[in-house]
Design a protein around this ligand. Sequence first.
Ligand code: UDP
Length: 260
Amino acid sequence: MNRPDGRQIDQLRPISFVPNVAPHATGSVLVSFGDTRVICSATVEDDVPRWMRAQRVEGGWLTAEYSMLPYSTLDRKPRDISRGKIDGRSSEIQRLIGRALRAAIDLKKIGQRTVWIDCDVLQADGGTRTASITGGCVAAAIAFNKLMAEGKLKTFPMKQLVAAVSAGVYEGVPVLDLNYLEDKAASVDFNVVMTEASEFVEVQGSGEEAVFTSEQMTAMLELSKKGIADLISLQKAAILTADRAAPADLASLTAAFGKR
Ligand code: UDP
């Protein structure tokens, strides 16, 4: 079995993080998993949803929105607003992103605030939801660092990093981090979210019309565990460098894009 881009079965696509691409957000990053690129931002508002206030729930909230830009796909994808309804796939994905990131954060420590995680897909080539979770976590960490530096938070509210990756059975073989060609051809597709302590947050797996064995499932989860450990090291480096990075300048964007 040869992968379309020549990768090993346990090899991620080239991963990059360009921090601070959206200076008005509290934290932001452009994440790339190969040709999949997502702008992830975290914007912190000094307010909580009405239900939290009504029920006197302590702390704050984190919620996510996901959207594919019209030119992110091969054929132009109309914006939801022009179609007059929210895409079912997008709402499923944004709920997944929110659940994944809430697992990483101690909401009591953020005070009466709401963290908005916005994930906008610039280029889609498979794995946009896993890139969104991985980048969303980096954007949130950058935002919390900023609030700490401004003295608005006393303790860092992120308990641990979370990252996500896909795995699937391609031409009969379990492989890590499917690109679009592989995703389209794969008989089984898993999306795995894990913490830096290698604990699962969520696993979405389906055979669509195919079926899979427990051995294949174990192989996909093991591949994901390795991929997520790699992603978490890269996330840490991105969060550390974000403090020093100026708001996205053309040079850093060119450097990131120039690699491909
Ligand atoms: N895709 C697309 N248009 C859509 C939905 C999906 O072109 O409306 C492509 C896109 O490349 C995406 C891939 O199909 O990354 C796989 O989609 P899926 O729903 O499995 O989500 P993802 O893998 O992006 O999380």
